[in-house]
Design a protein around this ligand. Structure first.
Ligand code: FES
Length: 56
């Protein structure tokens, strides 16, 4: 599923980045470009990051 439409980034790509060590929104922004255009995906990316890292 696309999470960031502006950069065509999927939830799987985000999962793969987290598995490779990304642990912050800034890491994902630098790696995948999420949140760098309209910014509408930032909330969903942040939520996925929390889920992936097992944070509340
Ligand atoms: Fe991610 Fe626009 S949807 S920057």
């Amino acid at each position: 599923m696309y999470v960031c439409v502006c950069h065509a980034v999927t939830d799987r790509q985000i999962s793969a980045s987290v598995a490779m060590g990304a642990s912050t929104l800034a890491d994902l922004r630098d790696e995948l470009g999420v949140g760098t255009c309209c910014g509408k995906c930032a909330r969903e990316v942040r939520q996925q990051l929390r889920d992936e890292l097992g944070q509340c």
